[in-house]
Design a protein around this ligand. Sequence first.
Ligand code: BGC
Length: 798
Amino acid sequence: MNEVLQQLTLEEKVSLLTGQDFWSLPAIPRIGLASLVMSDGPVGVRGTGYAPDDPSIALPSPTALAATWDVALAARAGRLLGQESRRKRVHVLLGPTVNLHRTPLGGRHFECYSEDPLLTGEIAAGFVAGVQSHGVGTTVKHLVGNDFETERMTVDVEIPERALREIYLAPFERVVAAGGWGVMSAYNGVNGAPMASNGEFQDRILKREWGFDGVVVSDWRAARDTVAAATGGLDIAMPAMDNPWGPKLVEAVRAGKVAEELIDDKVLRVLRLAARTGALDGFRLPDPPLDEDGAAVAHEVAARSFVLAANDGVLPLTGNDLTRVAVIGALATDARVLGGGSAQVTPPHVISPLDGLRAALPGVDVAYAVGADPRPFLPAASGPSWGSFELDLDGYDFTVATGTVRWIGDLPGGCDVATVTSMTLRTTMSPDVSGEHLLAISGFGAFELTVGDQKLYEGSLHPPGTGRADLLLHPREQRFPVTLEAGVTVPVVLRQTFEPGMAHSVATTLGHRPPGPDDEGLIVEAVELAARSDVAVVVVGTTEQVESEGFDRTSLALPGRQDELVSRVAAANPRTVVVVNAGSPVLLPWSDEAAAVLLTWFPGQEAGAALADVLLGVAEPGGRLPTTWPRHEEDCPVLAVRVEGGTLAYDEDIFVGYRGWLRSGASPLFAFGHGLGYTDWSYGLLTVTESGVDVTVTNTGERPGREVVQIYLSSDAGTVERPARWLAGFASVSAVPGETVMVHVPLPDRAFQVWDGGWKTIPGSYTVTAAHALDDPRLTATISVAGSSPAAEAGRED
Ligand code: BGC
């Protein structure tokens, strides 16, 4: 690698550290180096551009992946995305996100795994191993303290050292130890220095202490200071826009402000990444086996992630006993299958809950009512009354499936962002109902909407001068009533114009709502349908406007009248199953009124098919909560995201998530680790040995099933305050009725250590608990641990 380095001029070296566009570094053919391409994100691989004929598999949200508590499945998800990356010629996948669930209000909570660092680190390590097995890099992100979104570009997060080491850095350390090839640094600062130039973390801890030999990539536009970023451990500044490196860094090196050896170290890291990902001559990778079936992986992860939080026995439903099933809720036809922001991809298809249930229940009347619609924007125009959606991007023509057009980065058809100034969406509408229809435009830019020969709008939805980030993360909507006659076809044309250079991000929707009942009428319609059905399945959840990247939530309540809808439907039909479609915790004030509550996260493209399998018992809901779900907001150990004077202090220290719940004594609605299945388990024997814990469990129910055995530790040893219990390991087993199986759970040394200026094992007596969930302990044993490493003494069930 050194020989390759020697052939490069300073300008060339620096060019390899500086984004050349939105997603890539430049190629240097002279040394056999291809352009290294990066792409978001954790649930799918978007690719550098937007190609309507080249969609991306959309897996369930990271919260869902963590809810499987299955490292092997996380690795399979990773392998699929490695395969997708190779297919889309991407060298580095920008994920996984291992920031912590510090507060359920965190805007990107859905994109992170858990409130527990061990579960987060294990799932992430599995995922990274899977992606990298295809010769595709990862960037575990965002180092560190990006656990909320408020003022994320500038906020300084004050994190006590112990919390940093035991909670927030732990998953990064785990992934680095597991061989991750990349880290993405965060927008925010920590303890006084912006992360993109924070040498304490990026250089001293990550590279020197942990021995990380990969690259540190900035978050997009997080690097702002030429010299401080270069000396603070950053290796690659992305993207090209507003980049402080390039010629400025060359100049800083020439002026002696940055040592050339530092540049060489960064370039060697980039070359190592290029070699690992097949972008360098001599290290090219063979074509990958494309053996993972994307839809099958998405389906499996979804079903395995669904958490059956409550069930009075109504589930699983038996198809033979059903004549009419009421499916209710706006999200039952327009499921939120992935979270908003940079994690978005365009999947090849989405199976909605309604479609999934209809396909799984032939011969049963699966009837639908909206009930309550929490979406503040009208849904995209689609369905039989609409013609095809034809796009013309300054002369490049293509078709999209609905009235939504999105991309970030490269333009469709290779169009040049510098010259594209307009996009025209042409379609037709032939309503099946006469009356006042609502049409809407949402997105950013300047628009012109024409229906028939009527111009309904001409103007810009945002005030002039709105910043790029605001435009992208806060789209706006305008609605237009228009009277249409059933069966009469009208042309609809939406034209959008851009300032030159601004078409790199597009999120435009032509919305539509036909005439129909008002809000109260919608609920009444749903209640009446539920009352005459055998069972009511109500799908409730969040919207992109309340749960997304770029802002934190202001409330955990479900938006709109969804709570009222559930209560009224449950009162009309005692067999009401509520399906919660949210990436992170929401309040469920009606949880005792519903016969069953199934938490399905953002379930990915196969949403409805997996849901039908689980509701009908074809698959067991395999998920366990990776994070505590509160009954009341005020009980959360950390709730508000309060940035004061540009700073947010993590005053609760290590007491986040269940560590905080256990300290306050408040009872959540559903505890960490909670999740029911369709069978029962009895725990037989717990043995603790040098190598970990062995537990036997028996399936005492009537169906095959899968149990996640969770091992918690507790101890009064030492003088340092510790949580009442903490997760030390987990493993899953499958068994048929009557079968007894033994599961081995290794206990890492770290589980017995605290950070006190360095890692220190606390000697003394520890209680080891094998549990179904944090609040459902089954067996305990006591062991004694010596100062250096844990030595098991005894281990028997209580
Ligand atoms: C996000 C990153 C993402 C990057 C590129 C940023 O705004 O914070 O997670 O990888 O954009 O899309």
